[in-house]
Design a protein around this ligand. Sequence first.
Ligand SMILES: *[C@@H]1O[C@H](CO)[C@@H](O)[C@H](O)[C@H]1NC(C)=O
Length: 206
Amino acid sequence: MTTFMHKSIAIVAALSSITFAAPLAAPLRNRQSTDGVCVDGKTKVFMPELYNVYYYPGVAPFPSRATTINVFNEGRDGGSAQDQVVRWSNLPSGIENCTIGYSQAAERAFSVFDNGLVRFAQLSSLPSPVTSETVPGVAIDGAQRGALDFTSWPQTTGAAGHIGGPVDCGAEVVVRMYKDMSASGGAGSVTLEQDSTNGFWLEHSC
Ligand SMILES: *[C@@H]1O[C@H](CO)[C@@H](O)[C@H](O)[C@H]1NC(C)=O
């Protein structure tokens, strides 16, 4: 991993800034998801599984899990990029109105460099293994469903929630997060450590 990171200014910058932003990261890291709290007929499920999808020139695809959101795109020819496939599983049957988004708590490990717009597409299932070779392109399996803009949000103190958009409900919801260069997208990186109040969530009826 270390050699790959040195190839990417975006990753090195993202990881080095975490140290300054995460006073409470350690005690929160091992908490379980806090789903089950019903507010106004809705509940949010935090801490989905994260699967890294590396696009590193000259490096063979390999699977990798993560607990930290990390999506980036260097945005130049032959540059590196990383998507993440996100999975919520064991969701209750009969749930409705599934929406995904992300939250940042007052205490978080969160950094964004340059453009922080992350688009998402829903996948019909989790590829196995999850790599750049097995994750289907957006055109093949799932058009873009929405986007989450992380740009400038680390500079905001206090808690904030961000809605991405609706997804189809199911026992399992699988979404690919990626940065592309079109429209308001652009080169940049997003890093946010997940815990019970930070990171991606799926909201559904309860
Ligand atoms: C889902 O959303 C619709 C439209 O807002 C609402 O009418 C319906 O009651 C919701 N379903 C549940 C189970 O909350």
